[in-house]
Design a protein around this ligand. Structure first.
Ligand SMILES: Nc1nc2c(ncn2[C@@H]2O[C@H](COP(=O)(O)OP(=O)(O)O)[C@@H](O)[C@H]2O)c(=O)[nH]1
Ligand SMILES: [Mg+2]
Length: 404
């Protein structure tokens, strides 16, 4: 009788084993496991091959026979290690595995975890070698490097952080971790919350489509009204998408603030003149992705002197996309950054990548759809924790510089 062998893929070991158990039952035995696909910024999947013996057919009534010795009890992994190759065991005599299938799966799980963890480590070390680095990290420091990668910080950025930190402050892991955070705090500069009072401001929110510009504008307007009692006015130049102007008009009506639609630079200038008495004018724009569209938008917005552009980028898109978007929108010369959708960002450390091309202060972040609750002005310490997370530095030897 041949064992049934099946292969399952899932995003993690737990789900893969659950699928094995659901499809093949608790008697299934894991034959192999491996990480497949994925890369530094896409999580690999776990592929598990498992086998189970098909249910035994009902035993025919055996003719009376002389007593024979029972075959040796074989169970668990050994039973299927050479699936299909072992001499068949009479079905009615097949011994059952121990009545603790959960324990078997738990053992497999522990074994799988250690296999997966060591493969991950190998991949990350390979990534470091591929980057042509002259730095070689001893194991404890490697853990900090891996921690930074697990936060979504791009490999080249993580390596630069460790290299600069090691150069400036020494290489003991605890010291390195401290230095990395210091370096991050130099880059992650918060600005005053846009909804606080002060000088009159005209702020246009720019950025790719769907990142949450209009929702962020509504949150900012509501906070300015409620917390700072500012006179707020809204203008939209997003006449491109169907319904976009209505979206802003609806927010305006709900908050009882004046709203205008501007179809061109001339109308934008007139709208801003009309709102000369407002403390805060917020301008909504259409999402742009192509370089020529971004350039045209820059022309339109720059007609009005004194307009500040705040670039909205979704933290949920990951470091590589944030870097690309930052580069595309740096042509607009934004004066501030806003990171949206932190609630959907599994690896928020990627936001540091946008600060390369757009090294500007961070005005605020958003972490949900609720207006106005889900918008926050973070301190430097909060931004650093957002990017670098928490890490327990191991007691360890130092980084060694290796000459090629
Ligand atoms: N999860 C989450 N969704 C958000 C956030 N900000 C906006 N959204 C949602 O993202 C979608 C697009 O938002 P919108 O403001 O129209 O984006 P725009 O095209 O950039 O103006 C809407 O469904 C919003 O509710 C946020 O911080 N977190
Ligand atoms: Mg919009």
């Amino acid at each position: 009788m041949t064992a049934m062998v099946k292969t399952f893929r899932a995003r993690d070991t737990r789900s893969a084993l659950a699928a094995v158990k659901a499809a093949l039952g608790p008697d299934a035995v894991i034959l192999s496991t491996q990480e497949v696909g994925g890369g530094l910024f896409k999580k690999p999947e776990i592929e598990v091959t498992a086998a189970v013996e098909p249910p035994a057919p009902p035993a025919p009534t055996p003719p009376p026979q002389p007593a024979a010795p029972a075959p040796a009890a074989v169970h668990g992994r050994a039973r299927y290690a050479g699936a299909g190759l072992e001499p068949p065991v009479p079905p009615n005599l097949t011994p059952k595995p121990p009545p603790d299938p959960q324990g078997v799966v738990a053992d497999e799980l522990i074994a799988l975890r250690s296999v997966v963890e060591s493969m991950r480590q190998q991949m990350r070390q390979q990534a470091l070698r591929d980057s042509g680095s002259s730095l070689r990290f001893p194991e404890p420091v490697m853990r900090l490097y891996e921690h930074l990668l697990s936060r979504g910080i791009e490999a080249s950025v993580a390596e630069e952080l460790l290299r600069l930190s090691a150069g400036a402050h020494g290489t003991q892991p605890g010291q390195l971790w401290h230095s990395v955070r210091e370096l991050l705090s130099e880059r992650l500069v918060p600005s005053r919350a846009p909804w606080l009072g002060g000088q009159r401001r005209v702020i246009a929110l720019v950025g790719p489509t769907g990142v949450g510009k209009t929702t962020t504008l509504a949150k900012m307007a509501a906070r300015a009204l409620m917390e700072s009692k500012l006179k707020v006015a809204l203008v939209t130049v997003d006449t491109y998408r169907v319904g976009a102007a209505d979206q802003v008009a609806r927010y305006g009506a709900m908050m009882n603030v004046p709203t205008r639609v501007a179809h061109d630079a001339h109308e934008l200038a007139r709208s801003l003149e009309a709102y000369a008495g407002a403390d805060l004018v917020l301008v909504d724009t259409a999402g742009r992705s192509r370089q020529d569209e971004i350039a045209r938008q820059a022309e339109l917005l720059r007609v009005v002197p004194g307009i500040d552009l705040y670039l909205c980028l979704s933290a949920a898109t990951g470091g590589r996309e944030l870097l690309a978007a930052g580069k595309r929108f740096s042509a607009l010369k934004p004066s501030r950054l806003i990171f949206t959708k932190l609630d959907e960002a599994a690896e928020p450390g990627g936001i540091i990548s946008a600060l390369g091309p757009v090294g500007r202060p961070i005005a605020c972040v958003t972490n949900g759809q609720r207006v106005p609750d889900d918008i926050h002005a973070l301190t430097t310490a909060q931004l650093v924790e957002l990017v670098a997370g928490r890490f327990e530095p191991p007691a360890a030897p130092s980084v060694t510089q290796v000459e090629h």
